[in-house]
Design a protein around this ligand. Structure first.
Ligand SMILES: Cc1cc2nc3c(=O)[nH]c(=O)nc-3n(C[C@H](O)[C@H](O)[C@H](O)COP(=O)(O)O)c2cc1C
Ligand code: SF4
Length: 609
């Protein structure tokens, strides 16, 4: 591409639209990608010069995020979800059909530059798949007929904005509402209560409620806020003078395959989520908040911006909120660009600062040193929705639901082999068996609770409960019936982790690829018993030595299925009684003869399974 002045002006326009701030690099690159279908060399040069950052920084950020590219993509860039539930609904066959229809291989751009095809990790539409994206916008319920129509629209060069609305239609699909979804708050009601009663009182309500984060780890929300409000301390444990800046971040990255409950909260309860963030700002003393929205949820952005504008009009955001002097707070939407690791809170903050999403070394935790080194609260979308409800209805109301250590309810995203996939909300303590009954699952082989990083459980454990003290989950609940092969599921998950590893630390970068290769080898029937021993030991090594939660959980699918479904592995082995060609004990025979020993200590036992 020859770079004209017009193109250069466009780049400058994008940079200025984002106030020429290096922290906005990712947003600028997203705009450039949308305009040019890649980030061309000259654009990288222009951006680096304007932001006064090295060109290599621009380049490494592009290479990090899967929705950005150095190479030219098609004007219609189509991605199909490669999540296991989409695969179960036939996404691989649909890709072959798409590819033949459009005359382009997956991972390639057609010679005329019109269309490119590829796979992507989960799109957050597991209940309405097979799903995909076209130029970043959701495509739901794909089938042969729909693909025929899409191919025709592409060949006729019809802009995506003019495609039939039903291609993009997404339903909330709420099957079983509970505590939160049945009691949505009136716009502004929680904030009015907070302003009336004071933020100290609201903090006490949050504390009383026992609320724990809904993003998966279950850290106590009140504790997190207290640390952030207190801010950094000097060596004597005293607050450092002049350090007043605080930030509130809503984690809407929702990248765990099988999780789509935040999509519903943002689609239909965005006021409540923003209200929860604003309550948090009042408690910790923050002036600025961010909603970090996963790149694949681009479709939600215009309506979320409209909700924010509405809240500013109603004085629920902005200066002197609800007339309270000094209560100033606003929220900005920041788009991700396709990196699962950016859901990890410190990686998310790096991304928000315009960098690659490499998880930070912790401590210090974000509540002490977060966005731009300032105390920062990061909470999940659902956590903020709970906060608003607690601020209005009180901590005691919330705490009467759930179990002793897990108060309130949990919204879960049900997908896979069941009659009624969708959104279910239960008080904590519900059993797996109850959920399976409600969603119409039969002949169930296994349930994946918490997505690939969670646990795969078998029929013997359906009495177990969703609760932090038993089965913790960020919200994914995938059902697999007896027609599924457990190893296909493990294979999909290990490929996912190898693809999503950020590459920062060796155990995860190298380990997840080796693990993926081991699983492939087993699935292809080339492994022997000893390979399982090696694989289990590699899995434990990755789990215990990786730097962040991604690596620490990447081996969970292998480890949990090795213990719950050993027969599935044994059935694929080449020869269960296979012994290695090299017998270490036999090779020591000469040494034994020379030293005239044949006692037990002079022999080696080889590890078997
Ligand atoms: C690889 C990885 C991905 C994560 N993805 C998300 C996510 O998409 N949404 C989320 O809220 N938390 C995610 N988390 C957890 C966050 O790091 C963090 O604990 C959470 O946002 C805190 O909010 P909470 O206390 O309200 O749960 C992820 C963690 C890891 C290690
Ligand atoms: S564990 Fe994996 S994702 Fe986490 S820092 Fe290491 S390489 Fe990156």
């Amino acid at each position: 591409m020859t770079w004209s002045e017009t193109e250069q002006d466009k780049i400058l326009g994008f940079v200025r639209k984002h106030d020429s701030k290096p922290t906005q690099l990712l947003q600028i690159l997203r705009d450039v990608q949308e305009e040019f279908h890649c980030v061309p060399t000259d654009a990288r040069e222009n951006i680096a010069n304007e932001l006064k950052i090295p060109r290599t920084q621009v380049q490494e950020v592009i290479e990090f995020y899967s929705l950005l590219s150095l190479e030219q993509q098609g004007r219609f860039h189509i991605l199909l979800s490669d999540s296991i539930t989409d695969q179960m609904m036939g996404s691989r066959k649909l890709m072959d059909y798409f590819s033949a229809k459009l005359g382009v291989e997956p991972g390639q751009t057609r010679a005329d530059g019109r269309v490119s095809l590829g796979f992507t990790s989960c799109t957050g539409l597991c209940d309405q798949g097979p799903a995909g994206l076209v130029n970043g916008h959701w495509l739901s319920r794909l089938n042969g007929d729909r693909i025929d129509s899409i191919a025709e629209l592409v060949e006729r060069d019809v802009p995506v904005e003019n495609w039939p609305e039903e291609f993009f239609k997404i339903e909330d699909n709420i099957q079983y509402p509970g505590l939160l979804l049945e009691n949505p708050i009136e716009v502004g009601a929680a904030l009015r209560q907070a302003v009336r009663n004071g933020f100290d009182e609201i903090f006490e309500e949050i504390n009383r409620s026992g609320l724990r984060g809904r993003g998966g780890a279950g850290f106590e929300t009140a504790w997190k806020w207290r640390y952030c409000a207190e801010g950094p301390e000097d060596l004597n444990g005293l607050p450092i003078a002049g350090q007043h800046e605080r930030y509130v971040i809503c984690n809407a990255d929702e990248g765990e395959p099988g999780t789509f409950k935040d999509r519903i909260l943002l689609n239909s309860h965005a006021h409540q989520v923003f209200e929860g963030m604003t309550v948090c700002a009042g408690v910790v003393g923050a002036k600025q908040g961010f909603l970090y929205l996963r790149g694949e949820y681009l479709h939600l952005r215009p309506q979320l911006e409209a909700v924010l504008a509405d809240r500013r009009r109603k004085n629920l955001l902005g200066d002197s909120i609800l007339g309270r002097q000094g209560f100033d707070f606003d929220i900005e939407i920041y788009m991700g660009a396709g990196a699962y690791v950016c859901g990890e809170e410190s990686a998310l903050i790096e991304s928000l600062e315009g960098k690659r999403g490499i998880p930070r070394i912790r401590p210090p935790y974000p509540v002490v040193s977060g966005y731009l080194g300032k105390p920062t609260v990061v909470n999940n979308v659902e956590t903020f929705a709970c906060v608003a409800a607690i601020a209005l209805y009180g901590g005691a109301w919330f705490a009467t639901h759930g179990t002793e250590k897990s108060k309130g309810s949990k919204i879960i995203s049900v997908s896979g082999n069941c009659e009624r996939p969708g959104i279910y909300e239960y008080d904590f303590g519900v059993t797996i068996a109850e959920i399976l009954l409600d969603c119409g699952a039969e002949n169930t082989l296994a349930v994946q609770v918490g997505g690939p990083s969670g646990s795969i459980i078998s029929g013997r454990e359906y009495h177990r409960q969703l609760a932090f003290e038993d089965l913790a989950t960020g919200g994914s609940f995938m059902v697999f019936d007896k027609s599924c092969d457990i190893l296909d599921i493990v294979r999909n998950f290990t490929h996912f982790f190898a693809h999503e590893s950020c590459g920062f630390c060796t155990p995860c970068r190298v380990g997840t690829t080796l693990l993926k290769n081991e699983v492939d080898k087993i699935c292809e029937g080339h492994s022997a018993a000893l390979d399982l021993v090696g694989m289990a030991s590699l899995a434990r090594f990755i789990k215990t030595t990786s730097h962040c939660g991604l690596g620490q959980s990447a081996a969970n699918p292998v480890l949990s299925t090795l213990s719950h479904f050993p027969d599935a592995y044994k059935a694929r082995l080449k020869d269960v009684s296979f012994e290695p060609g090299f017998d270490l004990d036999e090779s020591l025979e000469t040494a034994r003869r020379m030293s005239a020993r044949d006692d037990a200590m002079a022999h080696l036992e080889q590890e078997g399974i």
